[in-house]
Design a protein around this ligand. Structure first.
Ligand code: A5P
Length: 232
């Protein structure tokens, strides 16, 4: 945690990390477009480059990012037309020293993981608060089918976490772009992210979870006026 950073400083960090990631974008690329507030800034800056003549196409990781991309004039495509992406730029909720991530704070983890999985390069952009020694302080989002969310929640709880169904301000369950529910799972510490990911992967009814292990290739994390770049 970067104590002493106000919200304006954090916004600046997000902007710096997002701007740096665009150095990797080349004419003709097909991009995965991330979700969340840092990815939103990236989309705004990418839109500026498109208006200046950059020719790219993007596959958004959420309906929210699709709307933003359209708003910024970024040409879009989809998996009916492309099988691979050159580069995905996305945010994260937590990043450890092996570049393992928790994602899904915004609920877009399923599409985010699919898009990342077909990308030649996955770049994570983040502010300084996101770097952690160990994943798990941020509640791990687990996307589950609505049909059996309660028994699935019981099984997930047996992993040693507390589980909460994500709800909207009106008290109704939050629904993902794919029509599923999200369980926010508070582990405090996830000692072995790879093993936890394996167990969740094997659980019927779990559509996806926010543990991204061996997915990110590059982390661009802003700290004050600097952007630190780490590669896996
Ligand atoms: C969206 O579902 C998430 O995975 C985001 O990428 C993540 O929550 C980071 O969002 P911020 O950039 O808003 O912190």
């Amino acid at each position: 945690m970067h104590f002493g950073s106000g919200m304006a400083d954090i916004e600046q960090e997000k902007r710096r990390a997002a701007a740096r990631s665009l150095d990797l974008v080349r004419d003709g690329m097909c991009l995965g477009l991330g979700s969340g507030s840092t990815a939103t800034i990236m989309l705004e800056l990418l839109g500026e480059r498109v208006r200046a003549g950059l020719r790219i196409r993007g596959v958004p990781t959420s309906e929210a990012s699709r709307c933003l991309a359209e708003q910024w004039g970024i040409p879009l495509t989809d998996f009916d037309h492309v099988n691979r992406l050159d580069l995905t730029i996305d945010g994260a909720d937590e990043v450890d020293h092996d570049l393992n991530l928790i994602k899904g704070g915004g609920g877009a983890l399923l599409r985010e993981k699919i898009v990342a999985s077909v990308s030649d390069q996955v770049v994570i952009v983040a502010d300084s608060r996101k770097r952690v020694q160990q994943l798990g302080h941020f509640a791990l989002p687990v996307e589950v089918v609505r049909f059996a969310w309660k028994p699935i929640a019981v099984r997930v709880r047996q992993l040693g976490c507390t589980v909460q169904l994500r709800c909207q301000p009106d008290g109704q369950p939050f629904e993902t772009d794919e029509g599923n529910f999200i369980l926010d799972c508070n582990f405090d510490r996830i000692r072995d992210p790879r093993q936890t990911a394996r167990v969740l992967d094997a659980m019927p009814g779990v559509m996806e979870h926010g543990l991204f292990v061996d997915v990110a290739h590059v982390l661009m994390i802003a700290r004050g006026s600097q952007v630190e770049v780490y590669e896996r």
